[in-house]
Design a binder for this molecule. Structure first.
Ligand SMILES: [Zn+2]
Length: 177
């Protein structure tokens, strides 16, 4: 499934690049209107294939637990700050080797936004909702899933492990209850 998405993306990119070539020849500038808003976008004519690589050695436990359906955070034993996504250092106390704690999973939606104009690398997803939930000890930013009619500030949500499709990797999201 992911290879199909990749192929479709590649075709879209090829079409875009051709249009961009035409545009530069006509106008002398790679500026085109964003399809949804019509706002002018400047497109870099250099091709960039970017793949994020983030070191996760110190937080591998997060991914191990995610596979078991648990969502973990880290806690500074000195100042009790909870970090989510987890990190191994507390910048306030300048200490490393934080303690692992399981996050409370139920909370309330503080705010949300529906993403309909997406960054190019997210353009293959249907419109999605990003929200911030208050889980008591910590606020969590994540995609929000569930029926649209339940989507409101103050809505009850549960943080849960989900599979992000079509890529098929494990992640977490907030489900409207
Ligand atoms: Zn601390």
């Amino acid at each position: 499934m992911i290879s199909e998405v990749r192929e479709t993306k590649q075709k879209e990119i090829q079409i875009l690049l051709k249009q961009l070539d035409g545009l530069v020849q006509i106008k002398g500038l790679p500026i085109f209107p964003e399809p949804k808003t019509g706002n002018p976008l400047w497109a870099d004519v250099r091709e960039l294939d970017l793949r994020y690589q983030i070191p996760v050695k110190k937080v591998t436990r997060f991914f191990d637990e995610l596979g078991k359906g648990k969502i973990m955070a880290t806690k500074c034993v000195k100042c009790n700050t909870i970090y989510f996504p987890p990190q191994d250092d507390c910048p306030k106390c300048r200490v490393s080797g934080l303690e692992w704690v399981e996050l409370p999973v139920e909370g309330e939606l503080i705010t949300y936004t529906i993403i309909s104009v997406k960054p190019p690398s997210f353009s293959h997803y249907p419109d999605y909702v990003v929200g911030i939930a208050d889980l008591g000890e910590v606020n969590v930013t994540a995609w929000v899933q569930g029926p649209k009619e339940k989507l409101k500030v103050g809505a009850k949500v549960r943080l849960e492990v989900v599979k992000r499709e079509p890529e098929g990797y494990l992640t977490y999201s907030l489900r409207l209850l």
